[in-house]
Design a protein around this ligand. Structure first.
Ligand SMILES: Nc1ncnc2c1ncn2[C@@H]1O[C@H](COP(=O)(O)OP(=O)(O)OP(=O)(O)O)[C@@H](O)[C@H]1O
Length: 224
């Protein structure tokens, strides 16, 4: 089976005030589709650096990353928005919804690069919100939703373009234990039923337990 994500000997360092910080050191792994993979490790271990590279917000110093067989370093700057829109969905710890838009409008925003009729746009957004059990709150703004509900809307937004890969950075970080558990059940269902592949950076033991694979980092290095 072809890997949806291949990370091969990726290294990255930062320079800060003359100090050389190794954020990632020869990290390699591959992920098949559909699966859930946790990127685990203490604060500062390199998780966000790795996710940033998957989104091509940043580039490795050495090594390579391929998504769906496509080498990220070979994607032209002018094609990056298209790459992110076509291949990736993003879920953040802080939800990152637009406060002045309704749940449905937030999801529709992710469809805006595509030339769709307003009715098709609406149909797809409502279908994505249905998948996460939020179709009863279409017209609510984020401030009118609970944290768990906001994260569900964020997941609908990440899924609406049917991406190859959903990248989540501490998605349970702002949720209480019970709500976090419900969110993980949702991720598990979406993985099984829709076939979505998730890569989740996390400190949360429950995420590591439900994941099919765990990539553990410490000081930028992979640990067993
Ligand atoms: N832009 C930057 N400039 C300099 N150093 C950086 C930069 N970004 C990250 N670092 C350093 O690289 C290392 C890895 O950071 P990273 O944010 O990837 O860790 P993390 O595992 O995501 O941490 P957390 O769980 O706290 O989010 C840390 O030592 C951090 O201080």
């Amino acid at each position: 089976m072809a890997a949806i994500l291949e990370v091969d000997a990726v290294s990255k360092h930062y320079l800060r005030g003359g100090e050389r910080i190794v954020a990632l050191d020869q990290v390699s792994f591959r992920i098949d589709q559909p699966s859930v993979t946790a990127i685990a490790g203490p604060s500062g271990s390199g998780k966000s650096t790795l996710l940033g590279m998957l989104a091509r917000f940043d580039r490795p110093d050495s090594g390579s990353i391929s998504v769906d067989g496509e080498r990220l370093d070979l994607i032209a700057e002018t094609q990056l928005d298209q790459y992110r829109n076509r291949k990736l969905g993003f879920v953040f710890q802080q939800f990152n919804l637009v406060g002045t838009l309704t749940a449905q409008e937030n999801v529709e925003l992710a469809l805006s690069p595509q030339a769709l009729s307003p009715s098709e746009r609406s149909r797809r957004a409502v279908a994505a919100l249905e998948m996460v059990g939020m179709d009863h709150r279409l017209k609510h703004e984020p401030s009118e939703l609970s944290g768990g509900q906001q994260q569900r809307v964020a997941i609908a937004r990440a899924l609406v373009n049917r991406p190859s890969l959903v990248i989540a950075d501490e998605p349970t970080g702002n949720l209480d234990g019970k709500t976090a558990q419900q969110l993980l059940e949702l991720i598990d269902n979406l993985n099984r039923q829709v076939g979505t592949t998730f890569v989740i950076a996390t400190h949360d033991q429950r995420v590591m337990e439900m994941a099919h694979g765990v990539v553990r980092l410490a000081d930028g290095r992979q640990v067993a």
